[in-house]
Design a protein around this ligand. Structure first.
Ligand SMILES: NC(=O)c1ccc[n+]([C@@H]2O[C@H](COP(=O)([O-])OP(=O)(O)OC[C@H]3O[C@@H](n4cnc5c(N)ncnc54)[C@H](OP(=O)(O)O)[C@@H]3O)[C@@H](O)[C@H]2O)c1
Length: 290
């Protein structure tokens, strides 16, 4: 039988890399993409069986078009699944986000994902089946201070994926959202770069908060309890790929289960009180890496 193929974005590190490796080992034909050539070369040189690497920058429509063309050629138009994963977190108070910074966050985390998704849906429609798996976050359904830009993109991906799921009903194409809490990856280190680049700490009313945030973002190792390795996400991706009835949502990590439950149980005011307590306790919790 022909191997099932999957295209994954953001495979230079973290969850994308882990899922690419894990699915290749499981026998999928994995198209592992990264935006930088050096990472694409590294993936190629890794010599992992069933894994092919390619360049895909979510901020660049040409790059998306070329990647889909290449995958279409290589699979003869038989792409089974897409794992939308490549993204970054822009830290900072909402008051400190310029229009450009917010737009850049949406370009990568939302517009790039949907542009790519819309280019693979015709392949899936033609074959009468497919899986679209969106790596959302706990921050796709609860808000935390100083995560506004990232929060907004993850809420947006949740909303548009809910719509897409309904629109694809009956086509054989399933849309699933994965909602991880803190996962070991390069997320914090990358977020710190975006913080340094785009937030003017010394002219912000939140200067003191930012000083605390800096120490969290640069701390070595997991900065909070309940952090899981990326294999926890891989497990949910496998279910979303292989189940006859993939779930619309997959929680990953204890904080996601907890806040998923509390969100349904508490009033917004009560939930806010809890989230403020949690945020103040370490400035960052419950989804510190994210
Ligand atoms: N870690 C967590 O705690 C956590 C929790 C919930 C959800 N998530 C989600 O998990 C996904 C993966 O993040 P991660 O934790 O594995 O972090 P990560 O190690 O920082 O990986 C993020 C990946 O996204 C890529 N990326 C960033 N901008 C891109 C662009 N314009 N085009 C293509 N790729 C781009 C990065 O590439 P570069 O190396 O080139 O920057 C990297 O490969 C994200 O969607 C994130 O929101 C993470």
């Amino acid at each position: 039988m022909e191997k099932r193929s999957i295209l994954i974005t953001g495979c230079s590190s973290g969850i994308g890399l882990c899922v690419a490796r894990g699915l290749a080992q499981r026998g999928y034909r994995v198209f592992a993409s990264a935006r930088r050539k050096a990472d694409v070369d590294r993936l190629t040189e890794s010599g992992i069986e069933n894994l092919e690497s390619l360049q895909l920058d979510l901020d660049d429509s040409f790059s998306i078009i070329n990647a889909v063309k290449l995958v279409t050629q290589k699979t003869g138009g038989k792409l089974y699944a897409l794992f939308n994963n490549g993204a970054y977190g822009q830290p900072g108070a909402v008051e400190d986000l310029s229009r450009e910074v917010l737009r850049a966050q949406f370009e990568t985390n939302l517009f790039g994902w949907i542009e790519l998704t819309n280019r693979v849906i015709p392949l899936m429609r033609a074959q009468g089946e497919g899986r679209i798996i969106q790596n959302s976050s706990i921050l796709g359904f609860i808000g935390l201070p100083f995560r506004g830009a990232y929060n907004a993109t993850k809420y947006a991906i949740e909303g548009i994926s809910d719509t897409l799921r309904l629109e694809l009903h009956g086509t054989g194409i399933f849309v699933s959202l994965i909602e991880p809490g803190p996962i070991e990856s390069r997320f914090r280190a990358n977020a710190f770069r975006y913080y340094q680049k785009n937030i003017d700490r010394d002219h912000s009313v939140f200067r003191d908060v930012y000083l605390g945030m800096e120490s969290r973002l640069t701390r070595e190792g997991p900065a909070m309890p309940f952090t899981l390795p990326p294999e926890a996400v891989l497990k949910r991706v496998i279910h979303a790929l292989e189940s006859k009835r993939p779930r619309p949502r997959y929680y990953v990590t204890f904080p996601t289960y907890l806040f998923g439950y509390l969100k349904r149980l508490l009033s917004s005011r009560m939930l806010d009180r809890m989230l403020m307590r949690v945020a103040n306790a370490g400035e960052e919790r419950p989804s510190d890496s994210d």
